[in-house]
Design a protein around this ligand. Sequence first.
Ligand code: SPV
Ligand code: MG
Length: 291
Amino acid sequence: MTVAYRQDSKTRQLRQLLAGEQIVRAVGAHDAMTARLVEAAGFEAVWASSLELSASHAVPDAGLLTMTQYLDAAENMDAAIALPVIADCDTGFGGPLNVEHLVHRYERRGIAAVCIEDKVFPKMNSFAAVAHPLLPVPEFVDKIAAGKAAQRDPDFMLLARTEAFIADLSLAEALDRGYAYAAAGADAVLVHSRLQRPDQVLEFAAQWQGDVPLVAIPTTYHGVHEAELRAAGYRLVIYANQVIRAQVNAVSSMLSRLAAEGRAGSVDGQLVPISELFRLQGMTAAFRANP
Ligand code: SPV
Ligand code: MG
């Protein structure tokens, strides 16, 4: 017998956010601490990013890490914050059975939503200068249907991402894919673009007649304001990789100075105090940093 259960309120929290007037802002993270920093900065959701996670393992964002590694990372992030986590699941780790399996596992571990994309496994990050072959629509639709059939909490969400523009396909193809994915039960459609300007995502939204929320990732078209995306019809914006890029920048700059100066105090101005680290990692007053 299948027992229906409601894992916690985070699935509902995300649904309610997406039904609101304001655009929902998710930020990419790769571990519990970076998720906590996203929360502290006032964003509404965390994106458990494949690029951030792969980069944090110093491996290509090319489907190298296992589902278990992605899931453990997403759960660690979720456990550290009150925000909902939207987990980037690349191509779903395989076929429809893999998507069914991932939905079971992610749902049980408290993740509010998962996102799968219509590239062929093994996928390559969308900004890599390589071909990005896509699955035929019926095959991706089967994955979406399998995932949706597997969920128990009705508020759990499956986002379907089309890489039509990444594969240099037309607006018509992107729209056809979006409609097919929504018809298969996707709770939102993410339309990705690697142009320097937001033209493709704005044209997509201008034509879109569907009623599931649209999602954008303004990495290359970074000049666009989130208010402009909201006005165009987007309900979720994902700042997918700024956290790890800032981290690499800050750490490299500190290390260069430390290597040149040879004295720990030379980089004090680039560090948070130990007490701030203690606060962020939830250490009790008994372990207050001294000094
Ligand atoms: C990610 O953050 O891993 C994404 C977005 O999937 S992108 O890197 O733009 O493909
Ligand atoms: Mg990704």
